[in-house]
Design a protein around this ligand. Sequence first.
Ligand code: HEM
Length: 255
Amino acid sequence: MNLAGSLFSSSVGRKILMAVTGVILIGFVIGHLVGNLQIFSDPDHINGYGAFLHRLGPLLWAARIGLLLAAGIHIWAATVLTLENRAARGVGYGVAYTLQATLSSRLMRWTGVVVLAFLLYHLAHFTVGVAQPATYKENLAHYTMGGEYRIAGFPVVKAGAEVLDVYNMVIRGFQNPLVSLFYVVAVGLLSLHLLHGFDSMFQSIGWRSAKWSGCLRRIAIAFCLVYFLANAAIPGAVLLGRLQPHAAAPALTQR
Ligand code: HEM
């Protein structure tokens, strides 16, 4: 059997697939967070960044398809491994180990399901615009860039360009406390999911030796805590009034 075939058909292969797709998904959530944190700067930043992404056209679609594939394989491998573990439960392990493994995998399953539900809501909210249609329509009116947007020193969106108003859409969306609360709870559960994901990944690739496990766990906890706080800071700052919609941009009032 070829390598791809054995990755999908053996349980070790499925664990490797879970770890690799998990790393791809973690890469995305970190990149997405870094992009979103630009909301703490001038509206030109996050709006220029959004315009830059949309202008990537086929490349953006390739990245979206890659992410969807990674998420699909991750969920498929998790489901098959869970069913296999369930079938083998109790064989060859002590009671305490089995109990701990069961609790941890149950947590992974439930946080995974909530993260998936959050993601569907999130796409309906900010990408398709059906969750808060009034906010979405009002704020996806065009915004005129005050200055140019640069990445690594290269100008990628010109001053004066008319772009989508991601800044106001996100802030007005989070002014609804229920929406903000849902985001904070969801990123909290996502952070727990990541924490246990790191544990299983370190276990699968054999890095959880007695010497390293304490250190790796502390790094994983610190990472997940920073990830949670940085995400929660966005709805938090909106609810505390630290982030306010910018005064209607000229193009917003003219249209
Ligand atoms: C406070 C937290 C977050 C904010 C402010 C935020 C903001 C946004 C915005 C504005 C978009 C629309 C981008 C566009 O089409 O222009 C978006 C898309 C997206 N977000 Fe988030 N997001 C947050 C958290 C998350 C988390 C935790 C995840 C992962 C579980 C996530 C996954 C996605 C995905 C997959 C897309 C679709 C990307 C695409 O269509 O290209 N987001 N987000």
